[in-house]
Design a protein around this ligand. Sequence first.
Ligand SMILES: Nc1ncnc2c1ncn2[C@@H]1O[C@H](COP(=O)(O)OP(=O)(O)O)[C@@H](O)[C@H]1O
Ligand SMILES: [Mg+2]
Length: 341
Amino acid sequence: MIAAAFGCDGLDPAVVLAAFGLDGPATSMTAVGGAWSNRVFRLEANGGVFAVKQMRNPWRIPRWEKWLAEAWAFELCGIEAGIAAPQPVANPVTGGCLAWVRLGGTQPVPVRVHRWVSGIPLGAGVVDLQIARWAGQALATMHGLQVRPLDRSLFPLPNTDNADRWPELTKAAYRSGADWAGLMAAAGPSVSVIAELVKSDGHRPGEEVMSHGDVDQKNIVATRRGPVLCDWDVAHPVVPRRELADVAMSMGCWRDIGVAREVVRAYRAHGGDDAQIAPTDLGQPMMSGVDWIAMNADRALGQWPASAAEVAQARSLLPGLLAALPGEVASALRITALLRI
Ligand SMILES: Nc1ncnc2c1ncn2[C@@H]1O[C@H](COP(=O)(O)OP(=O)(O)O)[C@@H](O)[C@H]1O
Ligand SMILES: [Mg+2]
């Protein structure tokens, strides 16, 4: 059956199945919501169900395939260590995670495949305590592996680039008449505080270990057998305390401190480091949030290549992301007391 019949913008399921050595025929292939950066499809074929992801390198990361190879190696380590994750399907020819498949008549595009996990993706809200404990344990397990990247230079260093260009971005928002321009201006002082936190803690290469790097509600599927962690593609070196602080606060949506503490408690109960968490630990994670806001601002202002859907998504996300920043910074500055157990 041709891809157009499945409505998958040229991605032909038969070609995908062949590239991964899987048996057909495909009986359905449907786009999955909740993919922020890439295009994800649910593919049914010959009794099997798969998640097919077309990789898009939305951050335009140089040497992203090498980064992905390190992330893939870490994904396998994480699964081996017992973290519940979708079972990946390797490219049978290369043993790597990617296969390049032709999209219609155009250039080949990179695709990954996993077994589909049957469950319900978590919503964006505060997680329950059981998920909070699971997240703390998963982080402790990943950090405990002490995996170092083969090539640290593939991954970004802590930086304040988007904080530095915030005034210019704010002006561009005003010039274009964006209704969120005022929120950009109001968020300016918070962005400056975040930049100061990043600079004062700097780069700590000696403390870094590989981790998933995006443990967040959007990448967790609740199944009958417990939570499953998807989307290991941006695994990268982290300072464990920083990732712990970030995940703890994110699981509680920065307002439910009981949930955040439960993440930390479980982390420590499973052998995670018990060093006190300081405001500076949230500098780098919060700067990643600023990077995400800046990317959306660039998309909304036409300064970054984006589809019409991405521009619409950027416009709808920006007001909420910007309005949340001051409160998050206020919590970050009190984090030692908030997360003290
Ligand atoms: N193997 C899988 N089984 C079930 N659902 C999946 C699977 N892989 C991805 N998903 C769903 O698709 C969504 C998007 O996939 P993800 O890998 O997170 O894409 P992106 O890189 O764009 O964030 C996930 O949030 C999850 O809900
Ligand atoms: Mg994801």
